[in-house]
Structures are given as structure tokens and as C-alpha cells.
Design a protein around this ligand. Structure first.
Ligand code: C5P
Length: 303
């Protein structure tokens, strides 16, 4: 189960959606989005090493819920790159998880982007940034952002990225719930609750708050159109949101499709005390503190 030696290790961040504007369902079943991604400093580490055949191992919190077969985005990333080069994806992929599993923080997408970058380095396949981004977009809507990191506006189904400027550090607390929420189920609930969805647009005030690094301004602009759907499927998340704001958070929202909730704090000290209060409230399984923005996937070790 341990991390392979003689391999390449990549560190890849989680994300929070500071705005997730969701439009109507498209004929292909996806929804058009204006998705403002912010990478946060919680990381999975993906290590790849030569092996007789493709296999995946995983350690860390929630590792038992991570699929170890070819449905794992890390395996799909290795297969996609190997397929393009006509080589075998004979690689041992080890995922050391720290991003909450099925939590709405793009942990699976992070592992896909991480494995892709790691295999490219291991195999010397020399993929361009554009090709890596193209493969990421084939793997899933959030995967390109995991590669890029920082902050970006995602349009289309979220895969078409425009980098955004961030003028300071934002301090977050993430309240991790028991169990996950299925992203397709949350989108289905969104469709049920929203018979007519307007065209999604990024809010100028939110982009300005990111650009100036103004946490108070960002807190008033945070918005997630999937939040009512996530709360409908998991009503107890309202208690977590109430506990975080009572503990002094500038604002709280459901992260992506949930069930993780994200709280913006005014500084690092406040974030630590909000995390303590959330844990004591008994409304979440664990609470994590992280800063943003964080860099995208990058090679940390070529052992
Ligand atoms: O792209 P990804 O595989 O991450 O999407 C998972 C699911 O989330 C999709 O199958 C779809 O149900 C939903 N989704 C959506 N619209 C998007 C992104 C995801 O409906 N823009």
C-alpha cells in the first residue's frame, strides 16, 4: 500500500467554488456554468512508478471510499495519455489523499490531473500544456482547473478556463460532512428545484473582490446555485452553515455540489477558532483550515 519508489510524485490542490452559477441542462445532460474556481491549500499527492500492469493504491482519510479500478480518474488519465501515444499504461498509481473524498472539493479531479502530469513526466511523453488541458477536459469538467490552480473562471461545462487575478490570501475553514453527495444527483435536484434557470454569468463584484484580495467584499458575493439542491438532499448542512457563521465566519456556503461547507474567515487566527467551534458544534465530522490561492498540479519529487 505504500508510496512507490523510483517514481514521480505530483502534488495537486483542492478547490472551492466562490461562485457557481448554473444554467439550464443542455442536450448533452451537462449544465452551462459560470464557475469561479479558487484552488485551496489542501493537497492530494499522486505518485506513479513503473509496474507490470496498471494498478492503484490509496491511503489517507476516506481511502476506503476511493475506487481502485479503472473508473478512478487517475487510472483514466493514465489510460488516456498512454492511448494517445500507443503505449501500455503499466504503472502503479499511488494516491495519498488529504482532500475530502466525494466532498465537492474536486478530490477525484485532482487525482486525475495529478496522475496525468506524473505519467507525462515518468514516460517522457512531452505533452504540451494544451494537450494536457485537452485530456483533462475529456476526463471531467473540473479536471482542467486542478491542473492549472490559482483562480479561474470556468465556462461551458466548467472546462473552458480564463485565469483570474487574486490580490491577496483568503483564509478558509472547510467543514467535512459524514459521507458524500453524488454530483449528478445534486444537479438533478437543481433541475427539479429550478424549472427556469437564467444564463449563468460571473458577478463583477465577486471578480473585483478576488482581484483586490478583499475578504469582506468576497464574503458578500459568495454564491452557489447548487446550494439549495445540496441542502434539499442533506438538510443537516443548514446546521453546519449556522454553526460556522455563529462562530464568526464572514460567510459560509456549500462547496460545489457538497456536502463539504466552506467558511471564509477574516484572518488565519479567526479561521483556527472557527474550525474549533465547528468541531465542538458536532455538526461536522472534521474541520480543516486552508489558505488560497494555491498552485496547480506540480511535480514535487522524482525519486
Ligand atoms: O464532468 P464531471 O464528470 O465531473 O461531471 C459529473 C456529473 O456532474 C455529470 O455527469 C453531470 O451529471 C453533472 N454536471 C453537470 N453540468 C456540469 C458539470 C457536471 O450537469 N457543467
Amino acid at each position: 500500500m505504500s508510496r512507490p519508489v523510483n517514481g514521480v510524485a505530483v502534488r495537486v490542490p483542492a478547490k472551492v467554488n466562490v461562485q457557481l452559477a448554473v444554467g439550464a441542462a443542455r442536450p448533452d445532460g451537462f449544465h452551462d456554468l459560470a464557475n469561479v474556481f479558487l484552488a485551496v491549500g489542501l493537497y492530494d499527492e499522486v505518485t506513479v512508478a513503473p509496474a507490470d500492469e496498471l494498478r492503484i493504491t490509496c491511503t489517507g482519510p476516506g481511502a476506503d471510499q476511493v475506487p481502485l479500478d479503472r473508473t478512478n480518474l487517475a487510472a483514466r488519465a493514465a489510460l488516456a495519455l498512454a492511448g494517445r501515444r500507443g503505449i501500455a499504461a503499466d504503472v502503479h498509481i499511488h494516491i495519498d489523499k488529504d482532500i475530502p473524498v466525494a466532498g465537492g472539493m474536486a478530490g477525484g479531479s485532482a487525482d486525475g490531473a495529478g496522475a496525468l502530469l506524473a505519467c507525462d513526466a515518468l514516460w517522457g511523453t512531452g505533452a504540451t500544456r494544451a494537450e494536457l488541458l485537452e485530456i483533462c477536459a475529456e476526463l471531467g469538467s473540473d479536471v482542467p482547473f486542478s491542473l492549472v490552480g490559482g483562480a479561474a473562471l470556468g465556462t461551458g461545462r466548467g472546462e473552458r478556463l480564463t485565469p483570474l487575478d487574486v490580490g491577496g490570501t483568503f483564509h478558509w475553514v472547510f467543514a467535512v460532512a459524514d459521507g458524500g453527495l453524488s454530483t449528478p444527483a445534486v444537479y438533478r435536484e437543481f433541475d427539479r428545484l429550478t424549472p427556469v434557470a437564467p444564463a449563468p454569468e460571473a458577478a463583477p463584484a465577486l471578480l473585483a473582490a478576488l482581484c483586490t484580495g478583499d475578504a469582506t467584499a468576497l464574503s458578500t458575493a459568495l454564491a452557489n446555485d447548487l446550494q439549495p439542491a445540496a441542502l434539499s438532499l442533506r438538510p443537516s448542512l443548514a446546521d453546519t452553515l449556522a454553526a460556522g457563521t455563529a462562530a464568526g465566519a464572514l460567510a459560509g456556503l456549500v462547496s460545489g455540489s457538497g456536502p463539504t461547507t466552506a467558511f471564509l474567515a477574516k484572518d488565519a487566527e479567526s479561521a483556527a477558532s472557527i474550525a474549533d467551534a465547528l468541531l465542538a458544534s458536532g455538526t461536522c465530522r472534521t474541520a480543516r483550515v486552508a489558505g488560497s490561492p494555491a498552485p496547480g498540479a506540480r511535480v514535487v519529487d522524482r525519486a
